[in-house]
Design a protein around this ligand. Sequence first.
Ligand code: SAM
Length: 289
Amino acid sequence: MSRAAAKIADTIRCGDALTVLRELPGEVVDCVVTSPPYFRQRDYRGQRGQVGQEKTPADYIARLRGVFGECRRVLRPTGTAWLVLGDKYDDLRQLGLPWRVALALADDGWILRADCIWHKLNAMPSPTRSRPTTDHEYVFFLAKGPDYYYDADAIREPHVTFTENSRMRGGRRHFGVRGGTPENGKNAGSNNLHDGRWDQAFHPLGRNKRTVWSIPLSKFRGAHFAVFPEPLVELCVKAGCPAGGLVLDPFLGSGTTAVVARRLGRHYLGIDAAREYCALARRRLKAER
Ligand SMILES: C[S@@+](CC[C@H](N)C(=O)[O-])C[C@H]1O[C@@H](n2cnc3c(N)ncnc32)[C@H](O)[C@@H]1O
């Protein structure tokens, strides 16, 4: 880690995200993991200047563009961001805000690499009967530039179609071997499983992570709503930040990103506008020691 990064590592700064970010040096952060307040969803402790309380969706999008512009500046050239956002209804109309924000960020130069769905396994029931109940949010994966860091192996998931015990002839011997198609095996000639795909189907660490993440809501009930589930942050940190790197959350809330980053051997930098939440995050970090 650079000297400039070490100076800001493992601190929590209380203040407006954009203002604090503007004071940081450039190219020091490896990965951003964050969930900004959603548009007109909640009032976080009546603070002034909260993100999410803008008058119109356009103002909200412009505000997030400003914050993410600064995030981009402080990211190293290999840096990435994971942005968790949920949508909102205005009267009957769904606003489509997650995608509107993601596309605006793409216009600003971010490379949008994936839209993952956080499927909330235990989402609150809703009284609505005129449309399906929403039980997902988006997790956008954005890269600062084309040569970004991503550790696919760190977040592989169990094979479903094929297992190590597959009875396919020669199966195991083809683990991790690109082009290692068993010529006379049971599935030889399958259009779906040849050449490069074969090593994926039998990768010893599991198949490549998929874009639907089924994760229950957080159990942490420490005086903050909208707390990240730790397993979700774990995926983002493991894949998006090298060991010993620096993870930034400009909307830290109760401190989940910092807690998970430290547990995984990364450094953290957290920002939140509410003093109470900064104190809560510090207490949570201390209790984890
Ligand atoms: C959705 S919550 C984040 C929750 C967090 N992911 C967690 O696990 O606890 C959004 C946070 O953004 C903070 N916030 C709102 N406006 C802000 C601003 N202008 N600058 C920095 N933080 C702000 C709120 O105080 C709130 O804690």
